[in-house]
Design a protein around this ligand. Structure first.
Ligand code: ADP
Ligand code: MG
Length: 367
């Protein structure tokens, strides 16, 4: 099921009694979510992810704009009639019911044409439980399950009605690191098996990048960029997106373009074409540094952290916006942290420049 968001906007009255200014939680969101894909809705806390999801689910009414499932305008449709499955951060299972009863619960309320026999309900319940691999736990109570198992029950409960759309709001945030990894792979597998169009909300860029067909990066209610995870990482539209994606994060410097030369502080790092003279903000991905004794970027090493295949070199540079510059380099290169300086060449596709005021990307060609 394709989902179309058309000029979707949600304004809330201010919570601050002294000001009448409203909060625009979601600001003119336009996107056509392709059928059968998993979309990661990504951004820092308060950027409007949950509000977007609640509008798709019908839990909240948009202030303006429309929502379509396929060709159906569902904007005025109630949550029950949208054919969606919802999963939240806190699993919200019924504690006094068994796993089986919890999963089956949504089926017991089906009325009219949709009403199922007891056998049909059991069959669907077992199928959903099998899909999330908890079919061995059907007679337990939620309190007898781990957090990861409880979240699987919640996912099975969302799937049992065979929804047209699956909506997940930070479903992994209550799990510990290992379970989080495992459960996100599970969600990906289930989504690929069922082919249900899925919107997955998270503030964790790695989580969104690793399982999404496409990601939507939001900031203060405004969509910043939409694309395949790798494309957005490789080609960020602005400084916010460049900084939000990637661990360790991108290194940010004060820079300047002068006479076709790109400077990072005093270092003339690259000859470029197509950019007029101006002060710029420069971003260099950690994997963009290549130790080179004739390289133009001169850093002062502080520490070398061995990570096996790679080493992480922590250094300083006078034009860095952060206290430290982090570069990830192949362990074959030996960097001596006791050296006065380490020089780097910069991989051209790993360096971005941004307008100093608007923080929008400035595109350039390497000469
Ligand atoms: P996220 O899920 O990305 O953390 P939300 O969608 O929950 O963000 O919130 C977006 C913005 O809308 C925030 O500024 C939040 O304070 C505000 N907001 C959310 N719900 C309400 C509400 N019911 N009333 C007033 N403001 C709200
Ligand atoms: Mg939220």
């Amino acid at each position: 099921m394709k989902i179309v968001l058309q000029n979707l906007t949600k304004a809330f009255p201010s919570r601050n009694k002294k000001s009448n200014e409203e909060v625009i939680a979601v600001n003119n969101f336009n996107f056509e979510i392709p059928d059968g894909k998993l979309i990661g809705l990504l951004g820092p806390s308060g950027c409007g992810k949950s509000t977007t999801l609640y509008m798709i689910s019908g839990l909240q009414k948009p202030t303006s704009g429309r929502i379509f499932f396929g060709d159906d305008d569902v904007t005025e449709l109630s949550t029950e009639n949208r054919g969606i499955g919802l999963v939240f951060q806190n699993y919200a299972l019924y504690p006094h019911m068994t796993v089986k009863q919890n999963i089956m619960f949504p089926l017991q309320n089906l009325k009219g044409q949709d009403k199922l026999t007891k056998e049909q309900m059991l069959e669907r319940t077992q199928e959903a439980a099998r899909l999330v691999q908890i079919d061995g736990l059907l007679d337990r109570k939620p309190s007898e399950l781990s957090g990861g198992q409880q979240q699987r029950v919640a996912i099975a409960r969302a799937l049992v009605k065979m929804p047209r759309v699956l909506l997940l709001d930070e479903p992994l945030s209550n799990l510990d690191a290992r379970l989080r990894l495992q459960t996100r792979e599970e969600i990906r597998r289930i989504q690929q098996e069922t082919k249900i169009t899925t919107v997955f909300v998270t503030h964790d860029q790695e989580e969104a990048m690793s399982i999404s067909d496409m990601i939507v990066v939001m900031k203060t209610g405004i969509v910043q960029q939409i694309g395949k995870p790798q494309d957005v990482y490789d080609d960020p539209a602005n400084l916010f997106v460049a900084k939000f994606l990637g661990t360790p994060p991108i290194n940010v410097f004060e820079g300047r373009v002068k006479g076709g030369m790109l400077y990072v502080g005093p270092d003339a790092v690259m000859e470029i074409k197509g950019v007029s003279d101006q002060a710029v903000t420069v971003g260099i991905r950690p994997e963009g540094f290549v130790p080179d004794e004739n390289g133009p970027l001169k850093c002062k090493p502080v520490n070398v952290e061995v990570m096996g295949r790679d080493v992480s070199v922590v250094s300083t540079h006078e034009a860095s916006a952060n206290p430290f510059v982090r570069s990830i380099i192949n362990a074959d290169h030996k960097v001596n942290p006791a050296l006065e300086h380490v020089r780097y060449a910069i991989k051209p596709h790993k360096i971005f420049i941004f307008n100093k005021e608007t923080e929008e990307r400035i595109y350039f060609e390497v000469k």
